[in-house]
Write a protein that binds this ligand. Structure first.
Ligand SMILES: *Cc1c(COP(=O)(O)O)cnc(C)c1O
Length: 495
């Protein structure tokens, strides 16, 4: 069955998967969604024992139907290779009552690599398929991890340029160093004096600027997105939830027909939406547990039915979740209002005009498989420390937010269903926060000493991504105000 995509805000613009990947965002500002949700065409038992790549193929072929089998396999093989430091790609570690799905074994040690290793391949094939004449300009706003993963994926990919905006004072030192040392003649990194939401709004405004698009086209450029608004990010993320179920079954951790719960530390709502899609295509997933840090706009939404971004923006030790406008929630809204584009547009208009919207009771019923919780800074640190003391396993700050919410879920509900916690970043990426959570006096160590100490206490090898930046030269030092984002883009592209 061929799957087409249309905007969450209007069903008239119908595109193929490869066209949706090229465009990133629909013309009306909505997000592309599949016209019909496919279902797994092989049973879970048939998928048992397959490698990550094979499972990924069986999932992606359902959604990306205008790619040939050969094209998809080629993309998958190029993406999930020795860039990952483990053959399993996404290994699972059991610790203290939960299974941690480690999604940080790729080139930039955050889960964003799972999708951004393959997106450039999907995109360059899409450009060929659609006989695109223009050079693709990837325009990305990052809360810290997407930026580096996208830069690593697109660096020196022919026919592309990549521009990344990050909040200058809103990312960890390792995240910033990773980005500003990025090599590749087609890469451009800009710090902005604003938070992630403003970076994301600025990028969305450029996508929607028709006059800019016209001048871009005349100069031989076209924008696309590497943010999780792009279905080329979302679909590869569905794969690891299917894979984790298959792996648990294969390893005898669950029995045939058992359901599992999935816990996801959430910011832009991309990763947990992928888990929801995995459930919709037939993976036996029961509850989806959405974990926020103290920027708990999603927790409030799930518990009250009101989405309200009008609140203080707090910078936390889990910066990749410091977000008040969770873009991908629009895809869930679309789904729970009965795939009603008018209703979705209305709510999104309210969000952009007033910063808030309410959903009605019927829509609330659509949220029944979700549970939501949050962790403040103290709880996050305590979770890291307690888990380490009990098991020796070290998790990063984002994953700790999820672990705290999971513990709370079990306490509240008594639900002992086998659960997967999405482990979204390596602790090495947030070494200072992680180590000082374990012992306050670690704060006296410098950044290099911290890495060495983490290696010792966690009994894991320092990832290549960290070694690479230790002595790397800073290659990008542009900083601008949020209002100047477009000016910077025009300057870089010579418009
Ligand atoms: C991006 C990110 C998240 C949040 O994922 P979303 O898809 O934006 O919800 C959580 N943890 C880490 C480490 C991340 O990089």
């Amino acid at each position: 069955m061929d799957i087409f995509y249309h905007s969450t805000r209007n069903k008239n613009e119908r595109v193929t998967a490869s066209q949706a990947i090229l465009k990133g965002l629909a013309d009306d500002g909505g997000l592309f969604v599949p016209e019909t949700m496919p279902v797994l065409d092989r049973s879970i038992e048939e998928l048992c024992g397959l490698s990550y790549r094979e499972v990924a193929f069986n999932v992606m072929k359902l959604f990306l139907t205008d790619y040939t089998e050969e094209e998809l396999k080629d993309c998958i093989n190029k993406a999930y290779d020795s860039k990952f430091d483990t053959d399993e790609i996404a290994p699972i570690t059991y610790a203290d009552g939960a299974y941690y799905l480690e999604l940080f074994h790729g080139a930039t040690i955050a889960f964003k690599d799972m999708a951004l290793s393959i997106l450039p391949h999907l995109m360059t094939k899409a450009a060929k398929k659609n006989e695109l004449k223009e050079e693709i300009v990837i325009l990305t706003a990052t809360s810290g991890d997407t930026g580096k993963a996208a830069l690593a994926g697109f660096a020196d990919v022919p026919g592309t340029k990549i521009i990344v905006f990050y909040p200058k004072d809103g990312v960890s030192p390792v995240q910033e160093k990773q980005m500003v040392t990025q090599k590749g003649a087609n890469t451009h990194v800009i710090g902005i004096k604003a938070n992630f939401d403003m970076a994301q709004s600025g990028v969305k405004a450029m996508f929607n600027n028709k006059e800019l698009a016209k001048r871009m086209k005349e100069a031989g450029f076209v924008f696309s997105s590497a943010n999780s608004i792009n279905i080329g990010r979302l679909i590869p993320q569905v794969c690891y939830y299917v894979y984790s179920y298959v792996k648990l079954l294969n390893d005898g951790r669950i029995a045939k027909g058992d359901k599992i719960n999935v816990v996801v530390p959430t910011g832009n709502f991309g990763n947990i939406l992928a888990a929801y899609y995995a459930k919709l295509i037939g993976t036996p997933i029961d509850r989806l547990i959405c974990a926020s840090n103290i920027n708990k706009v999603l927790f409030d939404f799930f518990n009250t039915g009101t989405y309200d971004k009008n609140r203080e923006f707090v910078i936390t030790s889990s910066p990749s979740m410091d977000i008040l406008i969770s873009s991908n929630l629009e895809r869930l809204i679309y789904r729970i209002c009965g795939e009603d584009c008018e209703k979705t547009s209305e709510l999104m208009k309210a969000l952009s005009e007033n910063g808030s919207y309410d959903i009605d009771d019927t829509m609330k019923q659509g949220l029944s498989s979700f549970f939501s919780g949050f962790a403040d800074e103290e709880e996050t640190a305590k979770t890291i420390k307690d888990l380490y003391n009990r098991t020796g396993y070290v998790i990063d700050t984002h994953t700790a937010v999820a672990a705290k919410v999971y513990n709370e879920y079990v306490k509240k509900t008594g639900d002992k269903t086998v659960s997967i916690i999405a482990s979204t970043a390596s602790p090495y990426k947030f070494a200072r926060s992680v180590l000082t959570a374990i012992r306050a006096d670690y704060n006296e160590l410098n950044d290099i000493e911290l890495i060495d100490e983490l290696e010792k206490i966690s009994n894991t090898k320092v990832p290549k991504a960290i070694d690479d930046i230790r002595n790397a030269a800073v290659l990008h030092n542009t900083v601008c105000q949020a209002e100047k984002m477009q000016e910077e883009v025009e300057k870089y592209l010579g418009l």
